[in-house]
Design a protein around this ligand. Structure first.
Ligand code: UD1
Ligand code: CA
Length: 476
């Protein structure tokens, strides 16, 4: 049977009190994307559709963060517990009353699509009304305990806060990931009551209610216990990040990517890295970044939503966002490449250079200490050290166009709007305010003046003045 016979409901309405944060828990960033994003990815990787997200706390922000991804939303206001959250998705559930529904806590970012497929398979093979994913932990901590019958079926899930001393000794815990038959689930939800230590409508109480109605509930122990890690605090968020980093780096290395130090390499879930790229220590790749074969990135580099071409080098301490780096180009050390920049093949952006919305042609160089913004630079151009494009007049941004083969001398100030024609030269130290025709030399600086013997004359003048102030007395 395919996953397409199942739908999913993800619970993401809770406040996340234990984070002690004004921000909704599911929106806290984990490898550059919201915590909830990892859960959504796992569900979509398993091919499950439709997916409904139950939102409540900061509902607008959560919906905005997950818009345009083919997800449905249900509102739970105010959030009164995980069972109450599933009740909020009643309408969505009732649309497909004969399907299996996966109900998943929104705070389990280590969950993988394969695990959901395995859960669905076990659920269908077992024929129970509900099958929950469980995990055996040395320290069951705050998790709900899975209490089994002698025949192996599940009698109840008992929340830690409601557990007896004997129940607390159970090491098999509820991962917060469940497969339910929709109709019995809907019926059990009607009977939920908030009679427990937290005064909440617990989804976990559905287990007992299903049994009372004569249904069977099974539990599938997860193959990898780490997958059940629920993130409730910043400490657990950091632990999840550690696991996800490790998992991702292992997969990339197995596929042929060089990773110098997996412990300090952060790679977002939507990032792609080709075999034979090398990621050096403390590299952070986020968003839709792609790194091609033969590229070397790092150490200490952060790249967001950018493309790094084959064989390109992004050197130490560079920050790149929404840009494209061509084949064999070099960026950094200490470069800042801002959105809408395209660095051509074999081009070079050196240290302490900031590029914004700039196209740098094939083989062109901006090697040192420059700000280049709103510029289109042709191939074979050399921009001298300290060159600045003055692209902003306080109100508007203006463009600079520098054609092929231009040589801009060091410390030049290029006041936009401006065009420098093909093959022209700009003398060092110039302030260029007017277009320069192709092949011309432009000088935009005061002519140098030489005053011969000026230093000696000044020394003598100063000595005379000193004698005068001492009134002629003393002296050898
Ligand atoms: C829950 C389970 C517990 C299990 C653990 C696994 C219950 C009662 N307990 O506990 O058995 O071991 O997960 O991690 O379900 N949420 C809502 N609306 C609410 C409350 C919560 O949408 O009114 C969402 C939260 O945003 C969160 C998820 O449900 O994503 C789980 O809620 P949380 O409060 O973290 O449950 P736990 O106490 O961890
Ligand atoms: Ca939790």
């Amino acid at each position: 049977m395919s996953a397409h016979d199942a739908q999913a409901v993800i619970l993401a309405a809770g406040k996340g009190t234990r984070m002690r944060s004004a921000r909704a828990k599911v929106l806290h960033p984990l490898l550059g994307v919201p915590l909830l994003d990892h859960v959504v990815r796992a569900v979509q990787a398993a091919g499950i559709d439709p997916v409904t997200i139950v939102v409540g706390h900061q509902a607008d922000a959560v919906e905005a963060a997950f818009g345009g991804r083919g997800l449905a939303f249900a509102r739970q206001d105010p959030p009164l517990g995980t069972g109450h959250a599933v009740q909020a998705a009643r309408a969505q559930l009732a649309t497909y009353p004969t399907r299996t529904v996966l109900v998943i806590n929104g705070d389990v970012p280590l969950l993988r699509g394969e695990t959901l497929e395995a859960l669905l398979e076990a659920h269908r093979a077992g024929g129970a009304a509900a099958t929950l994913l469980s995990v055996v932990l040395d320290d069951p901590a705050e998790y709900g305990r899975v209490v089994r019958e002698p025949d192996g079926s599940v009698r109840a899930i008992v929340e830690n806060k409601d557990a007896s001393a004997q129940e607390k000794r159970v090491h098999e815990i509820n991962a917060g990931i469940y497969a339910f038959e929709t109709r019995p689930l809907l019926e059990a939800l009607e009977q939920l009551r908030p009679q427990n230590a937290q005064g909440e409508y617990y989804l976990t109480d559905v287990v007992g209610l299903l049994r009372k109605a004569g249904h069977r509930v099974d539990a599938l122990p997860a193959a990898d216990s780490r997958e059940a890690l629920g993130v409730n605090s910043h400490s657990e968020l950091a632990a999840a990040a550690r696991q996800l980093r490790q998992r991702r780096c292992e997969a990339l290395m197995a596929a042929g990517v060089g990773i110098e130090d997996p412990d300090t390499t952060v790679i977002g879930p939507a990032v792609e890295v080709e075999a034979d790229a090398l990621l050096r220590a403390f590299t952070v790749l986020e968003g839709r970044t792609r790194v091609a074969a033969g590229a070397v990135v790092g150490p200490f580099v952060r790249i967001i939503d950018s493309e790094v071409g084959p064989g390109a080098q992004i050197l130490d301490h560079s920050l790149l966002r929404e840009c494209v780096v061509g084949e064999g180009a070099t960026v950094g050390p200490f470069a800042h490449v801002r959105p809408e920049s395209r660095i051509g093949p074999r081009a070079r952006v050196g240290n302490f250079v900031e590029l914004k919305k700039t196209q740098l042609g094939d083989g062109s160089k901006v090697p040192h200490l420059s700000y280049i913004g709103d510029a289109t630079i042709g191939p074979g151009v050399n921009i001298g050290a300290g060159t600045i494009t003055c692209n902003y007049d306080g109100t508007h941004k203006h463009a600079t166009r520098i054609e092929a083969g231009v040589f801009v001398g060091s410390d030049s100030t290029l006041v936009a709007p401006l065009t420098i024609g093909e093959g022209a030269y700009i003398a060092a130290g110039s302030a260029i305010t007017e277009d320069v025709p192709p092949g011309a030399l432009a000088l935009g600086r005061a002519r140098q003046v030489i005053k011969k013997g000026w230093a000696e004359a000044r020394r003598q003048q100063k000595a005379g003045a000193d004698r005068g102030s001492r009134g002629g007395s003393g002296g050898a």
